[in-house]
Ligand binder design. Structure first.
Ligand code: NAD
Length: 498
């Protein structure tokens, strides 16, 4: 393990990490705390306050105050807002090592992935949306109804910031998923209360510190720490929240959607996936395809919303491609995320690994063939082997439910129609990949797939410029890209009669 940066050593000395509001870290109203555990060693690395309803209320009041019309944030020119976001992107990059080490400590992922996906991804997202601050525009509109008394008119729309945003995020990419919400919301001129996952609450606290250094006015970006059922639920139900933006499981998304609806609060939901990969039988490089399919499921220990967790392989090449995928899985070196030679780290928690193992047991008892992996390894840490099943029955739980771990199920298909029918036979529809050199087959497949994101000949990788979101129970709305900014604006129609 490399030496932790001085900034991080200092940060980890804090006896109890607490909420961030009105530009400062403030102690909790409640004495309740919870531990943050390093999944690689099972050691407690920090204690964190469990936010009460009062803490949530204080954070929302802070965000509401910062959103008042005469506040520094509301009066700020878009160009100046953009400069702060740009500066924050630079600060994130300057502090890459500290942030990435903290993400690895709290989540277990490889340090190099923490650097590229979490820290690099967050910096790119803030920079992308920094540019959007000056490009939020309404339209002028010619009306069809004549004005009374021969008067004339001038009608237009304004895009205004929606208000105080509640952002609730999961643990799999603690910094980058938070930035997918913070950056566009702040670019639009909103203020935010963020609730990170109870598994990974630490790295966003460092981010808040950097936001202040970048010149973010007090109260614009707030954090409440805590669990879902107490802190998260209090936040989504708060009457002064104008928009709830949630990333997490479909199960929680449904609860949050119902709670937000009680106040008719706007919502966007980025939920679970059970994404198919379709491998056709063209004369393509099947070993390269197997590498891509394996990367698509085993990256980040399979804890990726867009992970390709079902692979449909043409029956003519099924055995060859499956053998190549297993070969890739068996090459993976499992170890501490700080070990530079490791390819895969531990899962995020003991309970999550137990859940994944339960699915593996169920796959076996339901009659799927376990062709590779399937076992816990090492005495300490929540490690699990990359696991590959082969099956023919699309009804198995391991094919229908999101496992969110390093578990792949391979199923043969006969032709394009059959592949698409199996791929679409799911209540989820987040992403899909298609592996072929035949352009017409690729386009036919793209057009018929019920998925919000489709990649051809590559595993899915998020990008700040490209919208991300799901069909069916994988979510409501899209984030990232141009559409991401509109999640945080509301439209005002104006007609001036003269
Ligand atoms: P989760 O739903 O258990 O928790 C997500 C967040 O919601 C956490 O911060 C949690 O504390 C909070 N929460 C839980 N119950 C709540 C409640 N009743 N009210 C308010 N907040 C509540 O999900 P997780 O296990 O942290 O993350 C894994 C899930 O996230 C997977 O399903 C994955 O597919 C999904 N995910 C989706 C995307 C996407 O872009 N679609 C991206 C990343 C992860």
């Amino acid at each position: 393990m490399p030496e932790l940066t001085p900034l991080l050593q200092d940060f980890l000395k804090t006896p109890v990490h607490s909420h961030f509001m009105d530009g400062d870290f403030v102690s909790s109203n409640s004495d309740e705390t919870f531990p943050v555990i390093n999944p690689a060693t099972e050691e407690i690395i920090a204690q964190v306050s469990l936010g009460s309803m009062e803490d949530v209320d204080k954070a929302v009041v802070s965000a509401k105050k910062a959103f008042q019309h005469d506040s520094p944030w509301r009066k700020m020119l878009p160009d100046d807002r953009g400069k702060i976001l740009y500066k924050l992107a630079e600060k994130i990059e300057e502090n890459k090592e500290s942030l990435a080490q903290l993400v690895t400590l709290e989540n277990g992922k490889l340090l190099r992935d923490a650097k590229s996906s979490d820290v690099g991804g967050a910096a790119k997202t803030f920079r992308y949306y920094a540019g959007w601050c000056t490009k939020i525009e309404g339209e002028t509109i010619d009306l069809s109804q004549p004005q009374k008394g021969g008067k004339q008119n001038f009608a237009f729309t304004r895009r205004e910031p929606i208000g105080v945003v509640a952002a609730i995020v999961p643990w799999n990419f603690p910094l980058s998923v938070a930035s997918w919400k913070l950056a566009p919301a702040l670019a639009a001129g909103c203020t935010v209360v963020l609730k990170p996952s109870e598994e990974t609450p630490l790295s966003v606290l460092l981010l808040a510190q950097l936001a202040m250094e970048a010149g973010m006015p007090s109260g614009v970006f707030n954090i409440v720490l805590g669990d879902g059922k107490t802190t998260g639920a209090a936040l989504t139900a708060h009457p002064h929240i104008s928009k709830v933006t949630f990333t997490g499981s479909t199960h929680t998304g449904k609860i949050i959607g119902k709670s937000a609806m009680d106040n008719v609060t706007g919502i966007s939901l980025e939920l679970g996936g059970k994404s198919p990969a379709i491998v056709y039988d063209d004369p393509i490089d099947f070993s390269a395809v197997a590498k891509g399919v394996a990367a698509g499921i085993f990256r980040n220990q399979g804890q990726v919303c867009v992970a390709g967790s079902r692979v449909y392989i043409h029956k003519k090449v099924f055995d060859k491609v499956l053998a190549d995928i297993c070969h890739e899985a068996e090459k993976i070196k499992i170890g501490n995320g700080f070990d530079e030679t490791a390819d895969m780290g531990p899962l995020v928690s003991a309970s999550h690994r137990d859940k994944v193992c339960h699915y593996i047991d169920q796959g076996i008892s339901d009659g799927a063939s376990l062709v590779s992996g399937g076992r816990k390894i090492y005495d300490k840490g929540y490690y699990l082997q990359p696991t590959v099943f082969s099956a023919t029955d699309n009804e198995l739980a391991i094919i229908r439910e999101e496992i969110f771990g390093p578990v792949l199920v391979a199923v043969p298909f006969d032709d394009l129609k059959h592949a698409i029918q199996k791929a679409n036979d799911s209540k989820l529809g987040l992403a899909a990949t298609v592996w072929t050199k035949d352009i017409s087959k690729a386009i036919k497949t793209i057009n018929r797939l019920e998925a919000g994101v489709v990649y051809v000949n590559s595993p899915v990788r998020s990008d700040p410029n490209l919208p991300l979101g799901g069909y069916k129970q994988s979510g409501i709305g899209r984030e990232l890209g141009k559409t991401g900014i509109y999640n945080y604006t509301t439209l005002k129609s104006v007609n001036i009669v003269y």
